[in-house]
Write a protein that binds this ligand. Structure first.
Ligand code: G6Q
Length: 549
């Protein structure tokens, strides 16, 4: 049945006509148990979702919506290896990548676990050689720098995790990530490394991505210019791809290729060989911990009843705001410097998965889908964009994320960080009413006339929803669990909205368009006519590049 026809959807609209006037401050006053009721724990994560505009009845109705929309069946279909990526006729079985139990996971009857574990072993053997200095460059020196060349799903995950787990990084290996075809990034990186001690990892699922292949060719030319020996490439270039033929054509020895499969989506691929930079940086044991953390969240997601299921609950809270309150965006605010790339990572994961308006059956939706995901380090955000979150006109739910453990922080710092995060979440919930604002101004000695003038600016509505996610510590296990939590949350939202969360036709369009115009920029022959604006921009660019007559 169509989403908007479901009984729970209709009941939620009825419920919303009352709920939109609730203030969370009152909800907390009315129920001292609230922080216990709306609290979940799993996989080293503590989720406080009590600062949301919900009651137990809201949750009951949302859970009913999940059942009516077929969420339990969708979860089962994913774990069952069904081809749930319907437009590409593929399974989405990234959960198999972190299944290190002996349990088979099948696609069309074939157990994928032997090949998953096989690649994992090859990665581990390779990583161990590089890390312990056995893998030598062309003049027999150990590797000191690893340059990952990839973009989108072949970049963001490894980059984010390597940053997040810097505390576990190998002391000799400097990790670099090059994604932009703007040569400034590659140039800057190559300036900092030496050919004889650098390992390049070319990561591309398709091995046809223009940006990645351009950077890879330029890096190889740079390398050969220095090594002056084509056979040296084998010691300095490895590839991660599903496309063996293209990797060989590029000139990388197939024995230096780490494989993954079409049932691993780019943005879900950090657990596969795409995570090779992660394993090089943090080592096999820590990489396996990362997988174990995700696997633990997978089992929770598959088996926990919906009302205790962390990804399901987070997904439904999102739906409550997006579809009923009209919240168009969602903020990711990590209070941890090492997690500063997490917002960008979740942005891709969410917006590329559910940024769609056509349902699996090909109908256009008549409801909102994925929110705009944005954010940055929370503590920096407080001095920048939080103003809009406190007093602007948009509702933008916030996920506050931090680690309970201070990782040997310098004295005093971690408590200040956490105090800020808790205070912000509290302020977003409570706001500051006129009485409180007036008392504060009076205490500062402001006279009555000025108090009256300033009051409208000094009051805060509050009632702004947030989730607080605390990690026991920012270690590989908890991070794996956190990432899998978001993957599954996004999948559940896609299920409720009736979307295929695993294709990305918008990304494919970008790849086609650039190819079409490139020929024109280079030799002036238009493959197809353009609108006047595009034609003029192209002409300006070409004119700038022609030698002046
Ligand atoms: C991810 C997307 C996209 C993809 C890049 C790189 O889910 O499909 O971000 O990862 O476009 O693609 P390749 O890995 O094929 O180079």
């Amino acid at each position: 049945m169509h989403l908007t026809e479901l009984p729970a959807w209709k009941a939620l609209w009825g419920h919303f006509t009352r709920a939109r006037d609730w203030h969370m401050r009152k909800l907390f006053e009315a129920d001292p148990q609230r922080a216990r009721t709306f609290w979940l724990e799993h996989g080293g994560l503590h989720l406080d979702y009590s600062k949301n505009r919900i009651t137990t009845q809201t949750l009951t109705l949302l859970l009913q919506l999940a059942r009516e929309a077929g969420v339990p069946e969708g979860i089962a279909a994913m774990f069952d290896g069904q081809r749930i990526n319907t437009t590409e006729q593929r399974a989405a079985l990234h959960v198999a990548l972190r299944n290190r139990s002996a349990q088979p996971m099948r696609i069309d009857g074939e157990d994928v676990m032997p090949k998953v574990l096989g690649v994992l072993q090859r990665m581990a053997a390779f990583a161990s050689k590089v890390r312990n200095g056995e893998w030598l460059g062309y003049n027999n020196q150990p590797i000191t720098d690893v340059v990952n060349i990839g973009i989108g799903g072949s970049d963001l995950g490894s980059l984010m995790v390597c940053q997040a787990l810097r505390a576990h990084a190998h002391p000799r290996l400097n990790m670099h990530f090059v994604s932009n075809v703007d040569s400034a990034q590659l140039k800057e990186t190559l300036r900092r490394v030496h050919a004889e001690t650098t390992l390049f990892i070319v990561e591309s699922k398709t091995f046809t991505t223009q940006e990645t292949l351009t950077n890879a060719h330029t890096a190889r030319d740079w390398f050969l210019h220095r090594a002056q020996d084509a056979t040296a490439v084998a010691r300095h270039f490895v590839a991660v791809s599903t496309n063996l033929k293209a990797v060989s054509a590029f000139g990388i020895d197939p024995s230096n290729m780490f494989e993954f499969w079409d049932w691993v989506g780019g943005r879900f691929s950090l657990w596969s060989a795409i995570g090779l930079p992660i394993m090089l940086s943090i080592g096999e044991r820590n990489f396996l911990q990362l997988l174990d953390g995700a696997h633990s969240m997978d089992l929770h997601f598959r088996d926990a009843p919906l009302e205790q299921n962390m990804p399901v609950v987070l997904a439904l809270l999102g739906i409550w705001y997006i579809n009923f309150f009209g919240a168009g965006s969602h903020v990711i605010a990590p209070y941890d410097q090492f997690l500063h790339r997490l917002p960008a990572y979740i942005q891709q994961l969410d917006m590329e998965s559910n940024g769609k308006r056509t349902t699996r059956s090909g109908q256009l939706v008549d409801y909102e889908t994925a929110p705009i995901i944005w954010g940055d380090s929370g503590i920096n955000g407080q001095h920048a964009f939080f103003q809009l979150l406190h007093q602007g006109t948009h509702i933008s739910p916030i996920d506050f994320i931090a680690s309970l453990d201070n990782r040997g922080s310098l004295p005093g710092h971690h408590a200040i960080l956490m105090a800020n995060m808790f205070a912000q979440a509290e302020a977003f919930m409570r706001g500051r009413d006129e009485l409180e604002a007036r008392a504060e101004l009076a205490a500062q000695g402001v006279d009555d006339a000025d108090i009256a003038r300033l009051l409208p600016f000094k009051t805060f509505d509050g009632n702004r929803p947030s989730n607080t996610l605390l990690l026991d510590r920012l270690d590989p296990f908890c991070l794996g669990s956190l990432i899998a939590l978001y993957e599954h949350k996004i999948f559940v939202q896609g299920l409720v909205w009736g979307l295929n969360s695993f294709d990305q036709w918008g990304v494919e369009l970008g790849k086609q368009l650039a190819h079409a115009i490139l020929g024109e920029l280079r030799d002036g022959v238009a493959a197809s006519p353009h609108d006047a604006s595009t034609a003029r921009l192209i002409a300006l660019y070409r004119g700038q590049r022609q030698p002046q007559a």
